[in-house]
Every structure is written in C-alpha cells, then in structure tokens.
Design a protein around this ligand. Structure first.
Ligand code: MTE
Ligand code: MO
Length: 248
C-alpha cells in the first residue's frame, strides 16, 4: 500500500537504535531490530530490568505551544463503520458510535497480571497527559495538534505486566494491527489519547481512543483502538506495507 517510506530499515536502525544498541549490545557494532532476519533477537537480550533502568534516559520529542496548532487532515480510515470490506469489527464500531461510545471497552490481555476491560470513564480516571506535538505522516505531510490521554505506561503498570513482557500489540476496529516494544510503550509521551485540541477525539481521528507514539512516524499512532495484547514474543503481524520500526 505505502511503498515510499521516509526511512529505510537500515537508516532507521542507524538513527533510532544506535544509542540503545550501544548500551545493551556492547561489542556489537550494528544493533538490529527484532524484525531483522530473526538472527539476532535484540529484544531477547533485554531483560525487563534493564529496559526499565534505561527509561529515565528516554528523551522527549519537541512539544509546541497552543499557537502552533495547525489544521490536521484525517487520513487512512476515517470511520471504521464504512470499512466493511477490511474488518468484521466495523459493524460493531457502527453500533458503538451511536451512543457516543458509552459501551466501548478497551481490552488489555496477554502477559499481564490483571487482564481487564476499560471504558472511557475508566481510562479517564487515570492521571492524564496533554502534549502538543508534530505528527509526521510517511506520505510527506506534517501537522501539529494537542493530544490528551492516559500514558500507556500507567495502564501497563496498573495491569501489572509480567517480567516476560516484551511487546505491546494493538488491534483496531478497522482491522489494523501493529506492535511497539516496551521502550516506546513506556515512553512518557506515548499515550492512549481521548482528547484532541481540547475536545473529545472525533471519529475521523480515531474515536474514542487512539494511540500516540510520538517517537515514530504517523502510522504507528493507531486509531480506533479495540484491544491491547502484551506478548513476550515479537510477532510479525503488521498492517501490510508498513515497516515495524519507523523512528523519527
Ligand atoms: N486504525 C488505523 N490507525 C491509523 C491509520 C488507519 O488507517 N487506521 N492511519 C495511520 C496513518 S498512515 C496516519 S498518518 C495517522 C493519521 O491520523 P489522522 O487521521 O488523525 O490524521 O493515523 C495512523 N493510524
Ligand atoms: Mo500516515
């Protein structure tokens, strides 16, 4: 679907992973992401403890001021209910949107001590984070918006991810699926966003809750979240046409 990526895989490794690899793979001059040939499973070399120990070093992406906010196109799926060909969740999404997502739940399962389902109200009970950031789409446009949501790390802490946890997989109502590793999952600016520019997240932008992964390009910020599954293994599952690691 999208062939022209901003970064080749090698460039992404060079720019995005050098620092991490340099710390965790001493003596290995070319750190490789888990997608790379499956020869060296970088994630397998990371222990939960070493990942968490590195987190304070994660730098924040630039945040902007209110006056920097731009218009923001909606791209890709703009309403999963219109998307009957690609996903059988679309009818369910159509029903959920009728009562403003009052019956929507985000399920979180997998390598967690306390799997569960969270309504919007449940998600809004957690401390929130608001950030004004630049979204960079691999198709070549950028836009700035303010996002409000629950830091994903808070939710993961609350459900108690197991020491074996390595990846966080996301499933959307339009059939999109993707994953991030725990570095990005616990990044302070990685949030489950329910607000955009001070209002509830609108349907074209991923209502009721979307992911914001500010450290990577736009397609990693999955809209229309349905299910989160924490796994110990990297699964190659990915929306076709996109590379797994797409750091900015
Ligand atoms: N579920 C889902 N998430 C998605 C997409 C999509 O089509 N479906 N498109 C991605 C792409 S390529 C971009 S650039 C952004 C677009 O977000 P926006 O529609 O709010 O601009 O969402 C990303 N997340
Ligand atoms: Mo995009």
């Amino acid at each position: 679907m999208k062939e022209n990526k901003i970064f080749t895989r090698r460039q992404a490794i060079a720019t995005g992973l050098t620092a991490i690899g340099g710390l965790l793979l001493p003596g290995c001059s070319k750190p490789l992401p888990p997608t790379y040939g499956k020869i060296l499973r970088m994630a397998d070399l990371l222990t939960y403890t070493s990942q968490r120990a590195l987190l304070p070093d994660q730098s924040l992406v630039k945040e902007y001021h209110y006056g920097d906010i731009t218009s923001f196109p909606a791209t890709g799926t703009t309403n999963p209910a219109d998307n009957k060909l690609r996903s059988n969740s679309s009818e369910e999404y159509g029903r959920l949107q009728k009562d403003a997502f009052a019956k929507w739940h985000l399920s979180i399962e997998g390598q967690v001590a306390r799997p569960g389902k969270y309504s919007i109200a449940d998600i809004q009970k957690f401390p929130s984070r608001t950030q004004i950031t630049r979204h960079t789409c691999e198709e070549g446009w950028t836009a700035i918006a303010q996002w409000t949501g629950l830091p994903l790390g808070h939710l993961l802490e609350s459900v108690g991810i197991l020491p074996s946890a390595r990846f966080v997989n996301f499933y959307a109502y339009d059939g999109w699926k993707d994953s991030i590793d725990l570095f990005d999952a616990f990044h302070p600016q990685t949030i489950l966003a329910y607000g955009m520019n001070g209002r509830s997240l609108a349907i074209p932008h991923g209502a009721p809750v979307r992911l914001r992964v500010e450290t990577q390009v736009g397609y990693k910020s999955m809209k229309y979240l349905k299910r989160i599954v924490v796994t110990d293994e990297f699964s190659e599952m990915l929306t076709p046409g996109f590379s797994w690691y797409a750091g900015i």
